[in-house]
Design a protein around this ligand. Structure first.
Ligand SMILES: [Zn+2]
Length: 1084
């Protein structure tokens, strides 16, 4: 998704896809407590919104710590002063009030840089939590002042009281920094022990139940329609974003089916617009462009509508154009990232995930593999506690390299990899050779190890090995190592992995056309099973079974003319009825497999069996792998919840009444322990589980999702599956899933230099002790969050080192290690830390934190914590790094100036927002997605890309707000999961004809879920844009066409994340003011 705005579109066609990721982690937050310090008298009573901009100090050109160019030369801060009376910026309990005080003026000022301040001085620690946040209760969001519709593009005429922008240069910064200090140590339960333990003996590692980090719950996705107990009707129409079925209340933000009006007596859901082609009826939400009638109750997501009793006219607090813009930041980063990013400058912040850039691995891992919330770690826990910027890493060990060399594979020989004798860290560029090369010192624990004779080489006058550049482990941040049997289970090299396909052949699956579609396509997809690098064909074995309330196995021995079916009907004590012939070589048994896939749809065509079992299906796959001594993946296709009496039987527990209450979190915790235990069995066997779900009603994804979450798998979900609409997307997802890079039976260990350690992990993974991340499977799309904590002071001169080692079985059955090393800077000045932050990583971490913690303590508390934490982060900057100014000034660090807007997007997101409009399963699904997301995916997911397309004009991303929409254009909105094509009412009919092949927008068939390319430039251009936008997605998304003022428009507007969304959250402007108020509360 990245990199596709602006002009040059590369059109790498690809179907629309989106990202998944890992999840799980973090400790209870300790919200920050700022220390107070008397601020110098304010020179003006203004509120200043300022972005400290350290030009030349962030990104690629950033010199290593200690070598910052003189600030006065390089700091061109773009500052914005917003003059407003401070009282106007308060929320008065209950719903936040929009600012209605004196006029606000905005002016950009050029502010000088930033002088490092002297060290920390002790001051009184304030351990109290920041004041409660009192965030606006849902549903009570203050009205947006702007008239609805009329998409005026930031026309100043609509913002009275906004004076012209002018520049005023201020000089010399002298930041007051005295300051503060310790809040002692994190009062966080530290159950993590950094015990140096060697990798191999996995079986010897004591498992410490109860000690593992909190695992996340499973999540759900957007379009979950029907409610439990409401079986889908036979012929229902499925369409984009799966709307509710007739007679069923629309779920989660799902719009009703096209052509279906809201049901009588039904609460107007956000998303329930007038019928396509129809004009809004009285009582229906006003169309964009219409002003809602006062006192008319209309939940209109994304629409601005005053809540009852609210003043109609309110002034806008701030001009959105003067607030930090994600689009501007992304563009600026792209324009300045022209050179490949070299990884030898500790502390340097790499280009953003939205920028396409090259990387030169100069001994530290590429940002493709590891990104950090801050690349300059505070030297003490006191500083860390002061600023509360998490020392979080997003690790994506198998990321596909982009614009950089693939990793080298090193064969260390029969003695195995060279390691530190004490902490077992692997040889890396940061180890130092001494004594003429006869010894080396570990950068992690400082122990000295003798160089094994066969590894000895001389060192030069710089103490560098003379063969340094011939050995990847001595000069690269990332590399792979072949390993010996010591690194394998039972001292035996592994078998090649197996892919097992378990196909639901119950009535729903067959009747929906799923079984037919799957069997028709699966054969061809198997051609793309992943291969070992350089291998001609895949070594992966395949096996198939089908199931309903019984299990059907197939003997696929190559010597058979036809597959043999064996039925196991007693599912209470499941066993695999055949040892030989179940998992076979694709090449040898191809014809038998072909024949099986042809036969399955016929065999079950007339089934009447509507119930399925689930637990026994998974148990069988695990047993089969166990019997064959291999690991691999189970592709499980299922349409309903297992309700019949069998192991793993579930019941509907989707109690919508608890939403918004304390009990809500229970909906997202697994029911019982059956599936969690089963998932652990899978992990033990190295069996990764991917769930392809086709629900027509509640499936309890919070429970069955444990199977994929704990095993490093994914959930794919197609509500109300219809082959003609969803088939393409499903097959595309399955294709991606089958062919992508993946490893199995993996263990990831994070080692750190003395003074810090990895304490919390989050992702699609499992942990049985405090240090080893167990991954039944890990693919190229998944990222794992790791949080570091201080054990002790760390040294500015030495820096900090993190080594992530992943031991795994490759798709070719080879046991290998992948090692990523990163060298981070250490700072004693808090200002250096703020210069090395990356907002996208911070939000990725916060998102996973929110999902994990919402499970335990509920949503509201979690959100309040995040807001308080963000306020602490920003107030600490204000206090320690910004120069004296009035408390009314909002001063944002350059690297974190998008923190408020992104945080607001996160808090409003359906994955963490409590809403009646989203089904429980969709929310569970989304939570699981979030837990697995890498930084690029979370950036896009929380702040969607909005591109004007069609009918001329530049294709350049715009901010995600209704204000940016114009009637004579079409806009593409994409967040990696959802895609919309919004068509303005005044769009040139010629363009409509070219793109859709119909005469007018009203005639567009919006139910197709995709766009067909026509033979004309307009259509080709649009398709190329869509392909470019979705090129990096790891999932397909359905393209939903939204006509301006159409019934579905409110659904689309939920994704305009800078706007207020009724019932979900405030606008960017309001949120920024709210955060500012929090900051001021902390500072005073
Ligand atoms: Zn060591």
């Amino acid at each position: 998704m990245n990199g596709v705005d602006g002009t040059g579109y590369r059109p790498p066609p690809n179907s629309m896809q989106r990202p998944p990721g890992p999840g799980g982690m973090m400790p209870p937050s300790q919200m920050g407590h700022p220390h107070q310090k008397a601020m110098p008298p304010s020179s003006h009573p203004d509120m200043v919104l300022r972005n400290d901009h350290f030009t030349g100090m962030s990104r690629a050109n950033q010199p290593p710590p200690g070598q910052y160019p003189p600030t006065s030369m390089t700091n061109q801060m773009q500052n914005m002063n917003i003059n407003a009376s401070s009282q106007g910026l308060q929320y008065h309990g209950g719903p936040p009030q929009s600012y209605s005080g004196p006029p606000i003026s905005l002016h950009a000022t050029s502010v000088p840089g930033h002088t490092p301040t002297s060290g920390y001085m002790n001051s009184q620690a304030n351990n109290s939590m920041p004041p409660g946040v009192n965030y606006p209760p849902t549903g009570n969001i203050p009205p947006n002042s702007q008239p609805m519709g009329m998409q005026n593009m930031s026309n100043p005429a609509h913002r009275p009281n906004v004076p012209p922008v002018h520049n005023s240069a201020t000089t010399s910064p002298q930041y007051p920094m005295g300051h503060s200090h310790p809040h002692g140590h994190p009062n966080q339960p530290n159950q993590y022990v950094n015990s140096p333990q060697s990798y191999p003996p996995r079986s010897n590692q004591a498992s410490m139940p109860g000690n593992q980090p909190p695992m996340s719950s499973p999540p759900g996705m957007y379009s979950q329609p029907p409610m439990p107990g409401q079986p889908p009707m036979g012929n229902q129409r499925q369409f984009s974003n799966q709307p509710p079925m007739p007679g069923q209340p629309p779920m989660s933000g799902q719009p009703p089916m096209p052509g279906q009006p809201p049901m009588p007596g039904q609460r107007p859901m956000s998303g329930q617009p007038p019928m396509p082609g129809q004009h809004a009826m009285p009582g229906q939400p006003p169309m964009p462009g219409q002003r809602p009638m006062p006192n008319q109750q209309q939940p209109y997501p994304g629409g601005q509508q005053p809540y009852p009793g609210a003043p109609m006219q309110q002034q806008r607090k701030l001009d959105p154009d003067q607030m930090p813009s994600p689009i501007q930041v992304i563009e600026d980063d792209r324009s300045k990232s022209t050179e490949p990013f070299r990884t030898d400058c500790p502390g340097a912040v790499p280009p953003l995930v939205t920028t396409d850039f090259g990387v030169e691995d100069c001994g530290s891992a590429s940002p493709s593999y590891i990104r950090c919330a801050t690349y300059s770690l505070p030297s003490t826990s006191e500083i860390a506690n002061d600023c509360r910027v998490p020392m979080a890493l997003s690790v994506q060990p198998l990321a596909k390299p982009r614009n950089e060399a693939p990793l080298s594979i090193v064969d260390p020989g029969p003695d195995g990899p060279i390691r530190c004798k004490r902490c077992k860290a692997y040889m890396c560029p940061q180890f130092k050779f001494t004594d003429g090369g006869r010894r080396f010192q570990c950068c992690m624990c400082c122990a000295i190890t003798e160089t094994p004779p066969q590894y000895f080489n001389h060192i030069d006058h710089m103490s560098q090995r003379v063969d340094k550049f011939h050995r990847p482990e001595l000069c690269r941040g990332s590399y792979e190592l072949m390993v010996t049997k010591d690194y394998c289970k039972n001292d035996k090299f592994p078998e090649a992995p197996a892919y097992i396909f378990a196909i639901d052949v119950s009535y729903n699956a067959v009747k929906s056309g799923l079984v037919n579609l799957l069997c028709e396509n699966l054969n061809a997809l198997l051609d793309d099973l992943p291969r070992e690098q350089g291998a001609e064909e895949s070594a992966i074995k395949v096996g198939f079974f089908t199931y309903d309330r019984t299990l059907h196995f197939y003997n696929l021995k190559s010597t058979l003319a036809q597959p043999q079916m064996l039925v196991v009907s007693d599912v209470s004590e499941i066993f695999v009825p055949l040892q030989d012939g179940f998992m076979v070589s694709l090449k040898e048994s191809r014809s038998v497999i072909n024949s099986l896939l042809e036969e399955i749809p016929k065999m079950f065509a007339d089934t009447r069996e509507s119930e399925i079992v689930l637990g026994p299906v998974v148990s069988c796959a695990v047993q089969a792998m166990k019997a064959a001594g291999c690991n691999g993946k189970l592709f499980l296709f299922g349409t309903t919840m297992p309700t019949i009496d069998s192991p793993g039987k579930l019941k509907n527990r989707d109690d919508r009444k608890v939403i918004g209450t304390d009990k809500e979190k229970g909906l997202f915790s697994p029911a019982g322990t059956f599936y969690t235990k089963l998932a652990k069995d899978c992990v033990e066997q190295g069996c990764c589980v991917d769930l392809f779900l086709f629900p027509n009603q509640y499936m309890d994804i919070a429970t069955i999702g444990q199977l994929s979450l704990l095993t490093g798998g994914d959930i794919y979900k197609y509500n109300y599956f219809k082959p003609e609409v969803d088939g393409h997307r499903f097959i595309s997802d399955l294709h991606h899933d089958i062919q992508r890079d993946i490893v199995f039976d993996a263990i990831m260990r994070v080692r750190t230099s003395t003074g810090i350690r990895a304490v919390n992990f989050a992702g699609a993974m499992h942990m049985t002790n405090t240090t080893d991340v167990e991954l039944a499977g890990l693919d190229c799309d998944k990222a794992i969050s790791v949080e570091l904590k201080h054990d002790d002071k760390i040294s500015e001169e030495l820096g900090a080192y993190v080594q992530v080692a992943l031991l795994y079985t490759s798709v070719g059955g080879n046991r290998r290690l992948r090692v990523h090393n990163i060298h981070l800077a250490v700072c004693t000045q808090i200002s250096d830390l703020y210069r090395s932050c990356e907002a996208d990583v911070l939000i990725n971490y916060f998102a996973k934190y929110a999902v994990m913690h919402a499970m335990q303590q509920g949503l509201q508390k979690t959100k309040d914590e995040l807001i308080a934490r963000a306020a602490t982060i920003l107030s600490a900057y204000r206090k320690h790094c910004a120069h004296p100014s009035s408390a009314g000034q909002l001063i944002l660090p350059e690297c974190l100036k998008l923190l408020p807007v992104y945080l607001n997007c996160l808090l409003k997101n359906d994955s963490v927002h409590s809403s009646q409009e989203i089904s429980t399963d969709d929310r569970s699904f989304m939570r699981q997605l979030v837990l697995g997301m890498d930084v690029a995916k979370s950036q896009l997911f929380f702040y969607p890309l909005l591109l004007p397309v069609g009918a001329g004009g530049p294709v350049k991303a715009v901010r995600c707000s209704e204000d940016r929409l114009v009637d004579d254009k079409a806009f593409l909105l994409h967040n990696g999961i959802n895609s919309f094509l919004w068509i303005g009412s005044e769009v040139d009919p010629t363009w409509i004809r070219d793109v859709f092949g119909v005469q007018s927008a009203a005639q567009i068939d919006i139910d197709t879920g995709m766009l067909r390319q026509m033979d004309n430039p307009a259509s080709q251009t649009l398709c190329n844009i869509i392909d470019g936008v979705t090129a990096k997605d790891s999932r397909s998304s359905k393209l939903v066409v939204i006509r301006q003022r159409d019934k579905l428009e409110p659904w689309f507007r939920r994704f305009l994340v800078e706007d207020k969304v009724l019932g979900a959250g405030p606008s960017y402007v309001d949120f920024l003011c709210h955060i500012h108020k929090e900051i001021r509360a902390i500072l005073s």
